[in-house]
Design a protein around this ligand. Structure first.
Ligand code: SIN
Length: 336
């Protein structure tokens, strides 16, 4: 089995051997997070592997920090582009695909996953293909799923979020464009507000919203902890990404190039899982050491009470997502 270090070693040894050619294909890889995050690092690795393994025939240019597009705009740009030599790859979070797939909303269900191992059990199962089915008819080719991590809640105020709904009452929370996240916040007792990722820091700093839910790497890399007072380690849901490319661009690539890129994506996915596991521990430590927001663990009873108050969200979205799919996932993950 390939390991991350073997991928990096082969990659390093190829660097000196590369002849330089003008690229036949250019791919703009657009994402919204910082380069030093699990997605940012995996995107950079993917670009390097593709460059080396196609001997420069394919150039992947990575645009982090919403430099090129935000997540909603990138999908439109990808679908509208008709170039056969310049393509776009994007990696919006699974929550941002609601317009394209109702089934992918299952990833947002609160307390579906206990940890990233549970997530990988689903992603690596045949159920995953059924969840991305139909994207091709909307012009998108699903490539792979990358992790960020489990989400925690941060808030400004005089105490940490522990008791729901009491501690959420009267507070606004920034969420992604996910209807499930909106309903979850309402059941927890707060008011949801959908905002693009690049507006979150300012919205927190200016008090437009009181809190937000995100992973340790996003909180740390975007300094959310510097404008928040408490972080509750809720691990209530998952943040991961679906990598997509225009179906037309992808299917018109020469077979050998498509194959090389597919293998590079598999290697970058393996690396991404390691980066995410690493960030989950190290970025939490950095946030704690910075001393701005106080990090508060949650007891099993507190976790169970949040699980209970958010459980109606499952029934609310069951028909939209598909009852059979939800039952299949529950069975796969050993939910009672
Ligand atoms: C991302 O991690 O790509 C952004 C997540 C968010 O919008 O909160």
């Amino acid at each position: 089995m390939k390991t991350l270090s073997s991928i990096l070693l082969i990659s390093a040894s190829l660097i000196t051997a590369l002849p330089s050619f003008a690229a036949d294909y250019t791919i703009k890889f657009s994402h919204v997070v910082a380069p030093n995050t699990p997605k940012g690092r995996a995107a950079d690795l993917f670009a390097r592997l593709v460059d080396e393994r196609t001997q420069g025939r394919v150039k992947v240019e990575v645009f982090p920090n919403s430099q090129l597009y935000n997540d909603n705009k990138v999908l439109e740009a990808m679908r509208l582009s008709s170039s056969r030599t310049t393509g776009i790859i994007a990696a919006p979070s699974l929550s941002k695909f609601v317009k394209f797939s109702k089934k992918l909303q299952a990833f947002d269900l609160p307390y579906l996953f206990n940890d990233l191992d549970d997530v990988h059990t689903l992603i690596d199962s045949p159920l995953m293909a059924s969840m991305t089915q139909g994207l091709d008819k909307k012009g998108l080719q699903a490539l792979t799923v990358w992790d960020n991590g489990m989400k925690v809640f941060s808030v400004k105020g005089d105490k940490a979020l522990k008791n729901a709904p009491a501690d959420f009452k009267g507070k606004k929370f920034r969420i992604q464009s996910s209807n499930i996240a909106a309903s979850m916040i309402e059941h927890l007792g707060g008011t949801p507000q959908k905002l693009p990722f690049k507006e979150v820091y300012t919205a927190l700093g200016q008090g437009i919203v009181d809190g937000q839910e995100n992973t340790w790497s996003n909180i740390h890399s975007k300094k959310f902890h510097e404008v928040q007072d408490f972080i509750s380690v809720s691990n209530h849901s998952y943040l991961g990404y679906l990598l997509v490319v225009s179906n037309e661009f992808w299917s018109n690539l020469p077979e050998d190039i498509r194959h090389t890129m597919t293998v590079a994506l598999q290697d970058a996915t393996l690396a991404n899982r390691e980066y995410a596991a690493e960030a989950d521990t190290s970025d939490r430590k950095k946030v704690e050491a910075a001393g701005f927001a106080k990090v508060v663990d949650m007891s099993k009873a507190e976790r169970n009470s949040w699980r209970q108050v958010t459980s109606p969200v499952w029934a609310q979205f069951r028909d939209e997502i598909g009852g059979e799919l939800i039952d299949g996932i529950k069975q796969l993950l050993g939910h009672k």
